[in-house]
Design a protein around this ligand. Structure first.
Ligand code: KG4
Ligand code: ZN
Length: 352
């Protein structure tokens, strides 16, 4: 069984092929991130135009890497949401066209669920370190990305309960916004964690949100607290514009703010995960999504949960086609939700 997965929900254009639901045969990702960095963040039209430019070469390269022809492919999985409308449309239109001309069924994939599914991959001859043993259920999963922070309790690859989710800014978004205040390049996650290594986590005390549902997340208060702290550190009041703060901060002050922010954001995620682990019986704990590339998060999770942590290569944390092909394989194996090219539509606000 060969499933081709297409991902175009934001600024990555990615195509991968997965065999029998566990072996990654190809994974090709092009990104307009450098282009977005010139604007300090994602500009939807710029992202969508780059998707159009990249999709055909990425598709061709992925087929070549896997040594596949269209006769070998069983179905085409594609992200249909959540994401940016224009970007999603490029992937979905490509999948619809491929479905029609090669007579293949299509598998609509939820991008957020796919961040979990990438952890089902255990075999590859490509340059990725995959977990050797398959993920065991029930499993608790922390999905942390630029658009989502949620804790999900999985009973099987396709049966789950969302315990809590983002109430406002997702954790990755908070990293991106704090990086902007500190004058660091987009994407903020890697920039902050690099600088944080030179800072002291305990320099500044930042607040952790308290919500009615202990598994929900809110990071907009933390982002505002960093803004107020930065204004205070340079001796200005709350009216001082955020984009002018960085030029008044010393390198050490920036590193200390980055470290204090990273510490508070990651410890907030972990506190909720510890609580969930105490309440829900689990065999594995999965940490996934763009923010799970964060080294401090990975190290702390290992300290707290030991061998129970099931993690994949950090290179597969951020958006890619492997996650879509993997989730598509799970759906295909259950023979659920296959559609034809006429009925597939994008759903930018799709919720798990
Ligand atoms: O999963 P992803 O590629 O896209 C979404 O589905 O949103 O996640 C992108 C997010 C960005 O906000 C980026 O800043 C964050 O992941 N990120 C990180 C790190 N690498 C990427 N956050 C913290 N530490 C990192 N090392
Ligand atoms: Zn993502």
């Amino acid at each position: 069984m060969l499933i081709l997965g297409i991902e175009t929900s934001c600024d990555e254009t990615a195509v991968a092929i997965v065999k029998d639901g566990c072996e990654l045969l190809s994974n090709v990702v092009a990104s307009s991130m450098d282009l977005q960095a010139q604007y300090g963040g994602i500009v939807p039209e710029v992202a969508a135009r780059a998707q159009i430019e990249y999709i055909i070469p990425v598709l061709a390269e992925s087929m070549k890497q896997a040594g596949c022809t269209w006769t070998n492919i069983d179905a085409v999985a594609v992200t249909y949401g959540p994401g940016l409308g224009g970007s999603l449309l490029v992937g979905v239109m490509t999948a619809k066209t491929l479905g029609q001309i090669y007579d293949k069924p299509l598998i609509p994939v939820d991008h957020v669920q796919a961040h979990m599914a990438v952890n089902f991959l255990t075999k590859t001859s490509l340059n990725y370190h995959l977990p050797k043993a398959p993920l065991e259920f029930p499993a608790l999963c922390l999905i942390v990305s630029g658009g989502h922070s949620q804790i999900v309790y999985y009973l099987s690859p396709t049966k789950y309960e969302v315990l809590g989710k983002t109430r406002d800014d997702a954790v990755g978004e908070a990293f991106d916004k704090v990086a902007k205040i500190l004058g660091l390049p987009y994407p903020g996650g890697p920039s902050i964690s690099k600088l944080a290594k030179q800072g002291d986590q305990k320099t500044y005390q930042l607040p952790k949100s308290r919500l009615e549902n202990p598994y929900d997340f809110s990071f907009s208060g933390l982002k505002t607290a960093v803004l107020r702290l930065s204004q205070q550190v340079i001796g200005k009041d709350y009216t001082f514009p955020s984009l002018k703060i960085a030029q008044h901060l010393s390198d050490q002050q920036k590193a200390d703010i980055a470290a204090s922010f990273e510490y508070t954001a990651i410890e907030t995620l972990l506190e909720k995960l510890i609580k969930a682990e105490q309440e829900f019986a689990s065999k594995n704990i999965v940490i996934t999504g763009g923010v799970s590339a964060n080294q401090y998060l990975r190290t702390r999770a290992k300290e707290l949960f030991g061998a129970k942590v099931h993690s994949t290569d950090p290179k597969l944390s951020t958006d890619n086609g492997a996650m879509i092909a993997s989730q598509g394989s799970q759906i295909y194996m259950k023979n659920k939700k296959l559609v034809d090219y006429k009925s597939l539509q994008i759903e930018p606000s799709l919720q798990m």
